[in-house]
Design a protein around this ligand. Sequence first.
Ligand code: B12
Length: 290
Amino acid sequence: MEPDNDAPPGAGAWAPGKVAELLGVSPVTLRSWSARYGIGPPAGAGRHRRYSDADVRRLQHMQRLVARGMPVREAAEAAFGRSPAGLEVPASRRARELTEAADELRYASVAGLLDETLGTLGPAAAWTEVLAPVLRGLGDRWQRGDVCFASEWALTSEISLAFERFSRRFPAAVPGRPVLLACCPAERHSLPVEALRATLAEAAVPVAYLGQLVPAETVADLAARLDPVLVVLWSTAPATADDLLAARIRALGCAVGTAGPGWEHLGDRGFRWVNDLASAVELAVEHAGA
Ligand code: B12
């Protein structure tokens, strides 16, 4: 379906009728969404009302959220990244809504809020400003004896899926030697690495992501066969920082970066160590020559 071109310059390209047809809703429904949730071009534009490509993409996203059981108003807010009043949603409110939805195991809302946060802020800001604070909050609650395992597992699995959905927006196979990302063999904490992967996907840096608990043999085998520009080994806790593996990968002739607080106690072992998302992105981009 093609957008029509008889609109004045600067207006979006999609006439309401075309959008309604594309979404499979009646023009009346579309108009009511516009009136009720402030979606799309202002009513005042009369017969020149046009929807932009971004409007159409967000409407399709809103429909997916509704199809997953989210109330229309919440889906409109999530898809258009704002409350009805048009205000940008502060990170603290996103964090609160996400924690509440996770605690109440409202999976559809968790997924919708994550997609909206990633879509609006991008993976780096979403991780640093919203997701990491929420996860730290969960960790602190756990430390205080608040048994929030259900929320933690619900949220962490949905965060992984949301990063996956976000990364799939970009071409899967970016040409070039990849940055190989792996958690150390005994390390299950992968979310910071998934945030890095999504940020590199957005930056068109080729990545091969291996996930959690990656056996040393597997990292070594893939490093030998993929000829990566850099191998990043992640560790959260000192017990999982595998410096023998790092040395083994370096002996294969690969550049090795160690990432995460788990490596801190080892001091300088001749590997670049990064302990925040921005520095890890910089290290990867530097090696990828992007
Ligand atoms: C989510 C989570 C899990 C999930 C992981 C799911 C997944 N796919 O990742 C599950 C439920 C599987 C899990 C399991 C366990 N967990 Co856990 N987990 C967490 C939690 C809540 C968040 C982890 C996270 O992503 N942190 C990253 C961000 C949010 O934390 P941060 O402090 O802002 O980040 C610091 C660095 O990581 C760095 N950073 C942040 N983002 C990025 C990004 C990049 C690219 C880089 C380079 C750096 C970086 O900057 C910050 C300052 O140093 C933490 C609590 C916490 N505060 O981190 C506990 C926590 C890490 N877990 C802990 C523990 C003990 C465990 C278990 C052993 C529990 C158990 N008995 O089973 C197992 C261990 C499993 C294993 N073998 O690794 C402890 C670790 C204590 C320690 N240091 O040893 C913590 C701190 C909880 C606590 N409060 O005690 N966990």
